[in-house]
Design a protein around this ligand. Structure first.
Ligand code: PLP
Length: 456
């Protein structure tokens, strides 16, 4: 009864409800009231067809890093689409934006990561990482090296293999899990939920020991790679204990296990650097997976960056005249690559990385104030990634039952006040556009205070 036939926004919503299968959605509760049809956006705000404007504190979905309505990016895409919208890059054909972008990515990635395979997003970029790593070990004659160690609560995407890498329990409910012989999960580096009585350093030892034992159990000769997000995102914004990534990388090296850093969220400035692995966590992975912020979300793009050592093996065909038989129609799509080149130009021209290093700590510091609400058990994050975990019992770190939708209530209360955050389980996630200012941060935090007070 809230849907009217004479309102275009209602007709759009109805068409959507009838025909559009949304990602990650409960269709039984999908009603006009509480839904939004986002129709325009500018800077750090989005506007819906009902004329309401919100601060987008999640950058679309961890991706509109340079903010909405950037005509420079749109113009670069438009120009490229008019000049050459598409031609394939299979074989020895290429295009200018894809080539220039590959060089720019190599320059900005850690030392030996000089070779990029393009895809269409984070899931396909992760699939590419694993498929080519398997190929690499085959080429070395190490045919048994196939297993991948991932982590509980890690999120790596929704293609069939990327979903197998994903370690979030709820994501698998009702679905089949393929590749269980290949993918093995170890504990999440969840400091808040670490075993009782352990300090941060002991927890790090615990995680490192667990990994070592798992490698031993599986046999290092059977393990191809370890995959991890530098800071877990969709799993609840989990920052690993100090030194964790460096120590894990060392163990991987000792066992000839390749380290895949899934920087789909952490890359392109969210943690104040082009990539977080080296500059933030002090290690150089063998493979970096990038998407989302790489094109500031203006066009779908994934990039898997490989080290010289891997490239030098996979670049040689199995037999004379053979091919590296992997690729997507849209690998190196000129319009997506033009969006990425414009993104890189703006990040450099406007010193966006420096800006994130300034406002990131401010966001984290202000969010800590939310601990004054009894329902907040933990506030954590790094620069412009943050998670606020809600608990029913703070001392016991007991979560609310999922059916209570505690984080969803905070989301609704915040949205009513003009700020969009993201509820993920019992965690409220923030990943705002990198270009937000301190006044925007104040507005977000003040709104969360009010929203938490309302639901407490
Ligand atoms: N990896 C990480 C760390 C992600 O957060 C995501 C998406 O949120 C993905 C991979 C999957 O990316 P996409 O949805 O572009 O396939």
């Amino acid at each position: 009864d809230t849907v009217r036939n004479d309102r275009p926004e209602d007709l759009a919503w109805q068409a959507d409800k009838n025909h559009f299968i949304h990602p990650y959605t409960d269709f039984t509760t999908f009603e006009r009231e509480g839904s939004q049809v986002i129709s325009e956006a500018s800077g750090v705000t989005v506007t819906d067809t009902d004329g309401r404007t919100y601060i987008d504190a999640i950058a679309g979905l961890w991706c509109i890093n340079l903010g909405h309505g950037r005509t420079e990016i749109a113009d670069a895409m438009g120009k490229q689409a008019s000049r050459l919208a598409y031609f394939n890059t299979f074989g020895h054909s290429t295009n200018v934006p894809a080539s220039l972008l590959a060089a720019k990515l190599a320059e900005r990635a850690p030392g030996p990561l000089n070779h990029v395979f393009y895809s269409t997003g984070g899931s396909t970029a992760n699939d590419t990482a694993v498929r080519l790593i398997h190929y690499y070990f085959n080429r070395l004659g190490k045919h048994a090296k196939k297993k991948i160690i991932s982590r509980n609560d890690g999120y790596h995407g929704s293609t069939y293999f990327a979903s197998a890498l994903t370690g979030i329990h709820g994501v698998h409910l009702g679905f089949d899990r393929i590749s269980q012989d290949i993918v093995h999960h170890v504990s999440a580096a969840n400091l808040y939920r670490r075993p009782q009585g352990m300090d941060e350093a002991q927890f790090c030892d615990f995680l490192v020991d667990e990994l070592q034992q798992r490698i031993h159990q599986l046999g290092a000769e059977n393990v191809a790679a370890f995959i991890a997000e530098p800071v877990m995102g969709a799993g609840g914004v989990l920052v690993a204990p100090a030194g964790y990534h460096r120590r894990v990388a060392q163990i991987c090296r000792e066992n000839e296990i390749l380290y895949i850093a899934d920087e789909v969220v952490t890359g392109f400035g969210r943690l104040g650097h082009w990539f977080a692995s080296e500059d933030r966590f002090g290690h150089v992975p063998d493979v970096i997976v990038s998407a989302k912020g790489i094109s500031s979300g203006y066009c779908p793009l994934g990039a898997t960056l490989f080290s010289d050592a891997i490239h030098d093996v996979i670049a040689v065909p199995q037999a004379p005249g053979g091919l590296l038989s992997h690729g997507f129609t849209y690998s190196g799509h000129p319009v997506s690559c033009a969006a990425a080149l414009a993104t890189i130009d703006i990040i450099e021209r406007d010193n966006v990385l420096g800006h994130v290093r300034e406002v990131g700590p401010y966001l984290q510091a202000r969010l800590k104030e939310l601990m004054r609400h009894e329902v907040v058990g933990d506030v954590r994050g790094d620069h412009l990634m943050a998670g606020i975990e809600l608990v029913r019992d703070r001392a016991g770190r007991v979560n609310f039952a999922p059916e209570l939708g505690a984080a969803h209530k905070v989301f609704t209360a915040a949205r009513k006040r003009g700020v969009i955050v993201r509820p993920v389980g019992n965690v409220i996630v923030l990943s705002p556009p990198l270009v937000l200012g301190k006044a925007d941060i104040d507005r977000i935090v003040d709104t969360l205070h009010e929203a938490l007070a309302e639901v407490s």
